[in-house]
Design a protein around this ligand. Structure first.
Ligand code: ZN
Length: 310
């Protein structure tokens, strides 16, 4: 039961983002060993310089009026309106290096459970606040996957496509020779390169890439119940809920109880995605020719829980 998501972001401000990460495992396979991480705060000013047009994020929704500037000092320029702001294409498809992009921040090591260490800085901040509150109440939250670049996702995808990574215990190149059917099989839990919300740095996989952990272990059940009750407060939403009448989600990936998205940034990206990313952009990986036939943008990128769109 998820509630009240629609009230969180009245002024969905602009934050531009995306990130990248180290190599590692993804959906279907547990993450690799934790990587050493250092918290590297990034200044808003530095981040601003990195984007074409900058709209300051509504620092976590609880904006406080800044102190008045000295009289007649340099008058600030009028803020850029979100309606005219623009997320560069590279952020939508993960064509960036988060280590050198001030829009990204490292996830503190204490909250890392995998090798992907980067996230959109606002999403990381919000996650840390959520995890601290969870810890204070006896719940451990760790990020097992975060930002993934286009090339990260290409490797995950092609390893499944080629049979190098088994899917459901099978080599798909052998068991599913038809390209469209093979793509659909991979799409149960993994995104095509260029279409993953993990490209944005706004989405985190929490604790385990396995519904069984959340359904059938005491710890997993407790954590999931806590997330359902509290994640919204911090801006996070479970985008890949169980498909069907109850959720109203009819297309896209199978249920992923581990995947939570930071809406104050991700909503904006999702809105812009179909405007700027067409099928001509979804190229450069094996099986790319199936993308249009599958209608992967409408059915998968936009195939999220309706409550996460309100
Ligand atoms: Zn995920």
């Amino acid at each position: 039961m998820k509630i009240g998501r629609s009230l969180l972001y009245p002024a969905l401000a602009g934050v531009l983002a995306a990130c990248s990460a180290s190599a590692g495992q993804e959906p279907d396979s547990p993450a690799a060993a934790p990587a050493g991480a250092i918290v590297t705060p990034t200044s808003a000013l530095a981040a601003s310089a990195a984007v074409e047009q900058v709209v300051q994020p509504p620092a976590e929704g609880t904006a406080v009026d800044p102190p008045a500037p000295p009289a007649a000092a340099t008058a600030p320029e009028a803020p850029v309106q979100p309606s005219t702001s623009h997320v560069a294409l590279k952020y939508l498809i993960g064509d960036i290096d988060p280590a050198s992009d001030p829009m990204f921040a490292r996830i503190p090591e204490k909250y890392l459970g995998g090798s992907r260490v980067w996230g959109h800085r606002d999403a990381v901040d919000a996650f840390v606040r959520m995890a601290e509150n969870a810890a204070a109440n006896g719940y451990k939250l760790k990020i097992v996957s975060a930002f993934r670049s286009f090339s990260d996702q290409k490797k995950i995808w092609e390893d499944k496509w080629s049979g190098k990574t088994l899917v459901g215990g099978k080599k798909l190149n052998v068991s599913v020779p038809d390209p469209k059917a093979r793509a659909l099989k991979i799409l149960e839990f993994s995104s095509m390169p260029g279409t993953s919300r993990h490209h944005w740095g706004t989405d985190f996989d929490i604790n385990a890439l396995d519904n069984n952990y959340f359904n059938n272990t005491r710890e997993g059940k407790r954590v999931y119940d806590w997330l359902v009750q509290h994640a919204t407060t911090y801006g996070f939403c479970q985008v890949y809920t169980k498909k069907g009448e109850e959720s109203g989600r009819t297309t896209g990936y199978e249920e992923e109880k581990w995947h939570w998205s930071y809406r104050p940034v991700a909503d904006w990206y999702l809105k812009q995605y179909p405007v700027d990313v067409g099928y001509e952009r979804l190229t450069g990986f094996e099986g790319a020719a199936t993308a249009k036939d599958i209608n992967v943008i409408a059915n998968y990128v936009q195939g999220i829980d309706p409550e996460c769109k309100q």
